[in-house]
Design a protein. Structure first.
Length: 346
């Protein structure tokens, strides 16, 4: 049975990769289309904006690194880069003696899906893996800060992780300060461009749509087309969210925990399996052995439960399994990370 499952994972990866390279699969999501719009505006107008018509307002929702990669490499070029980096990180794991972990990372069905998408997850997974393999770097915190410019949720993931693996408070503080440098700089850029000191508005819009929108009419507040600055809109959204959550604390808690549960247990959104046609349900169910293996490995290293629980409770309300990817990567790479020499250079 194990051999047959390995064959399935290999077939799944090959099939979906070929399909992606020969079709528009990498760009079928609305998020991917928005990244391509920003990349186009960067290339033609030197403006970081997701608007399709003037005036092109500075975008305070998306992070800057992935649109920049798309601008430089195009859609398919970015997919190829993601595959190369994933292969490299898997190879380094195997070279260090973690053969099973290397193959698990390379053939993970969820990672295989997002490696073939023009979404930040496809680039985030191998870059995160490479950082986890070199925890003794003197600029480790700074590199994680740069990674937050790819995915903003890194700000919720790195500090508790750093606390777990640090041997002393001095090292924790040192790397957290380095971590804050790129975050502060990007917040400053957003302040200059939009008039509001916002690092990213994605968390606010996610809570608005996937939590508050379940018990309140958000049709008026969700329309940002009339605002001259997206920073002004996000500021208004934040006030609206706080007000509505305070009015509906029980509903908020129930919806948040329900979404978090979906983020934890759902294998993959059905839409990503459209290349398999009517066989999508069969493929969907075959994700579960992998998911169960991931959580079995987590249970073997209980001290990782705290940082992963903090992260997943913060971001899980959306109910999207792609937000689980950092969790999966850390669990796969945990032995290589925790067995590394983590003595601080300070």
């Amino acid at each position: 049975m194990i051999f047959l499952y390995i064959l399935f994972l290999a077939f799944f990866k090959i099939y979906i990769t070929v399909f992606a390279l020969l079709s528009d699969y990498p760009t079928f999501t609305s998020d991917a289309k928005e990244y391509l719009i920003i990349a186009h505006n960067l290339k033609t107008h030197l403006t970081f904006s997701s608007d399709t018509t003037p005036p092109l307002r500075h975008d305070v929702l998306r992070m800057p690194l992935y649109p920049l990669i798309l601008m430089l490499l195009s859609s398919k070029g970015s997919i190829i880069l993601q595959h190369i980096l994933l292969a490299l990180s898997s190879y380094l794991l195997i070279r260090r003696g973690y053969r099973r972990e290397g193959f698990l990372l390379f053939f993970s069905p969820t990672i295989s899906v997002f490696t073939n998408q023009n979404l930040t997850e496809g680039l985030y997974v191998p870059l995160m893996t490479l950082l986890l393999l070199f925890p003794t770097s003197k600029i480790w915190g700074f590199l994680w800060g740069m990674l937050s410019l790819l995915r903003q949720s890194t700000v919720l993931f790195f500090p508790p992780l750093m606390w777990i693996i640090s041997k002393n408070p001095k090292r924790f503080i040192y790397h957290c300060l380095l971590f804050m440098i790129p975050i502060i700089l990007w917040t400053l850029v957003n302040y200059i461009k939009s008039g509001f000191p916002i690092f990213s508005g994605v968390f606010s819009t996610s809570v608005l749509v996937y939590v508050v929108g379940k018990f309140t009419d958000i049709s008026q507040i969700a329309d940002h087309s009339k605002f001259e600055s997206l920073g002004e809109w996000i500021s208004m959204v934040n006030g609206f969210i706080i007000s509505e959550i305070l009015k509906h604390p029980v509903e908020t808690l129930v919806i948040w925990l329900k979404g978090t549960l979906y983020t934890i247990i759902k294998p993959i959104p059905r839409g990503y399996l459209y290349p398999f046609g009517n066989a999508w349900l069969f493929v969907y169910l075959l994700f579960y052995p992998y998911i169960l293996l991931i959580y079995k490995r987590l249970w073997e290293e209980k001290r990782l439960i705290f940082p992963l629980l903090v992260y997943i409770l913060c971001v899980g309300a959306v109910g999207d399994p792609r937000l689980r990817l950092p969790l999966e990567v850390l669990i796969i790479v945990k032995d290589a990370l925790l067995n590394a020499d983590k003595d601080s250079p300070l």
